[in-house]
Design a protein around this ligand. Structure first.
Ligand SMILES: [Zn+2]
Length: 159
C-alpha cells in the first residue's frame, strides 16, 4: 500500500511517514536567476509540457528542479549550456537521446539526457509522459504496472 503522509510543516505529501525532505517548494525565480535566456525558455517549455500531463508538484533548490506526483518522475539540473534531465522509468530504454542509464532498483531506471534545444525536448517528450504515468498509476493501484508506451493503460480501481 502506498501510505500518503502530509508534512505538518509544509503540507507536501509523501509515500512514507516522516519522509525526509526540505520543506516547501523552493522558488522558480531563484532557479532561473542569471541563467541563459535560451535555457530559461527551454525550462518553461519543459515545465508546461509536464504540467499538461496532470497534477505535478514542482520543487526547486538552487540549480535543481524535481517534478513529482508523490514520487519524483523527472528531475533536472541547470548546466552551463544545457538542462541535464533525468527521466525515471520502470525499465531500461535504449535511445540515442539518453547518454547515461542507471539502474536503481529493479523497477527504477534513471535515463539521463542533455537538452539544449526545443527539438531535444520533443525527442524525450514520450519518455516524460511515460514517466509521469508510471508515477501516477502507482498511486492509483498497487501491483505490476501495465501501461502501454502509447495510449492509456487500464484504469486502476477507484480510490
Ligand atoms: Zn515539509
Amino acid at each position: 500500500m502506498i501510505t500518503i503522509w502530509a508534512c505538518p510543516k509544509c503540507g507536501r505529501s509523501f509515500r512514507r511517514e516522516g519522509q525526509r525532505h526540505a520543506c516547501g517548494l523552493g522558488s522558480r525565480a531563484t532557479l532561473l536567476r542569471g541563467k541563459p535566456p535560451g535555457l530559461v525558455t527551454l525550462y518553461h517549455s519543459l515545465e508546461a509540457m509536464l504540467q499538461r500531463l496532470g497534477t505535478v508538484e514542482i520543487v526547486t533548490r538552487d540549480r535543481y528542479a524535481l517534478f513529482r506526483t508523490t514520487r519524483i518522475f523527472v528531475d533536472l539540473v541547470f548546466m552551463r549550456d544545457a538542462l541535464r534531465v533525468v527521466v525515471h522509468l520502470d525499465r531500461e530504454v535504449r535511445a540515442p537521446c539518453f547518454f547515461k542509464v542507471q539502474r536503481g532498483s529493479p523497477h527504477r531506471v534513471a535515463h539521463v539526457a542533455m537538452l539544449r534545444t526545443a527539438g531535444d525536448l520533443q525527442t524525450i517528450a514520450p519518455y516524460l509522459e511515460r514517466a509521469y504515468r508510471l508515477a501516477a498509476d502507482e498511486e492509483r493501484s498497487k501491483g505490476p504496472l501495465a501501461v502501454g508506451w502509447s495510449g492509456r493503460g487500464p484504469e486502476g480501481p477507484a480510490s
